[in-house]
Design a protein around this ligand. Sequence first.
Ligand SMILES: [Zn+2]
Length: 588
Amino acid sequence: MTGLEWTTQEDRLLKVAEWMGVPTQRIAIETIVSTGCFVEKSQPSKCCLAISADSLRRLYQSTQPALLKIFIEEQCEELLVFGCTDHLRHSTVLSWLTAGAISGITAPKAIEVFQLPYTGQAFSRQLASLTFSTAHTVSTPTFELDSSTSEVLPIISGDGRPMFVATKQNSCQMFLLSGAEIVDIHEPVNGDRAVEDRYDQIIPILIVLHHCFGSFCWHSPHRTARFIIDDPLLTRKYGFLTYKELLSSMRSADYGTSIAFIPWNYRRTTRRAAADLFEGRPNLSICIHGCDHTNKEFATSEKGVLDWKGNLGLQRMKTHETRTDVPFEPVMVFPQGQFSSSALLALRTNNYLAAVNTTCFPTDEQNVLTIADFLRPAITRFHGFPLFQRRYPKRLVDCAFDIFLGKPTLLVEHHQYFQHGYEVLERFVRELRNLEPALSWPTLSSQLMKSCVTRQVSGNSAEVQFFTSQFQFQNGIEGCDHLLLTKYEPDSSVVRTVLLDGISVPFYVEKDYLHLEVNTTAGQSIRIEIVDNPEAPRPTNSYCSLQYNARVRLRRELSEFRDNRLVRYPRLLKAAKRLLKRLKLTGE
Ligand SMILES: [Zn+2]
């Protein structure tokens, strides 16, 4: 519901709802004020109503409060009142709305830590009992509650004072949100904490939408995680990583690991070591970490170099697989986390499944992504190729945010993480499982090619948005026999055909999304493959010279010397890092 002026905050709220797949309708309160009639003919019989505290106050003052109350409690299944900021303006109407349970609003105070108390778990789900801080302290007003009643449930508090609460009046589930700002999800963001630093604005709206619309709002049926270790050779031991201990830890704490393997090392795994590590252990796998692992090797924008590197990395992994019988996952982890947008195109051209990276910002396109991009399991903005975000296992709340949104929880570390054993990781895994007991740890390729969001459109129809060119889906939506599958494809001219279970099927592209309709039965599994047009034959340039090869070898030898020897002598390690930097050989 909006006032005479369509405010920025109302506009932003509707944009979040639309991005999350929720149908919206704007109702002007002035119509109600002038006619005194609360229900329009076009209005659904029941709805989730969002209204600012200012508009609610105007309705309260301009209409008969008794009629307003009947409308809210009988027509609105859920109500969100946002923009509760001012004690003088809003406390009377909020107290009336909540039958006195909210007695006032405090003046804005700088908040250091936000809490999601366990008592709000029915709403905040995996985020319950966690805390977060933003990079800059946020000044926010909070609610004053009537201490004689427990009718109001805090979902988010700021320094212990409730700022986002739930309460029920008759059959209406109410949410009240303090603070003036609603997040602008289409605002370009940059920097790796751009989304995390807006949790105080993003999380309340997502909680309301998920609670009110459930399966009718974009959500994911999957809860998956994977631990990724960058760089190690497949030998008995690499730096502080001892595979025997890792495997034992994986067994006892029940998690799965992918080794981000450097293709340059493809001749260095013995058949014996491969058998020792991988035979009968589906929970350990390898993916691709660069090609030569040189400095910023995928950060260039030179298409020829990127295509050559992408292809060479893949060929080396295939040779490694033939030699050792260790299959690999066609998933790229970029060395030093650096990549250009053209690198993602090179991966697409070479039939990689996906990229997994700590940063999602390409070196050449810094202001393109928006918060909205991070509310989907993968970012496909660049050439339609999926980029999945991974994180260091530090802040549990970030993983909970990913699980809440249905993103795969992808964790990354290096061998140094195991300097004091495996207990730290095991504890983190246990904490993740406490947040989401259904969390599973399939291989990267398995979980990424099933990654999707779905939303029910009607009783028997659902929409499925997927991200990888090879996609597997099991129809677990009750009563649903018709699926509309969509994937972001900004340049549809590259798509040659779409296969459903191996057979070419019709598709169409509308507003940069590829669409495909499928009739299924409950429980049925389908496989979709988007096949691109073949590329022109690639030039035979190898882009390497004797000098280049010598530098690659030197770099690997120095890196391994650092990881296996120097790492145990901190002062020597510092000096070595300085030397590597001078030789431009640094990086993880
Ligand atoms: Zn690395």
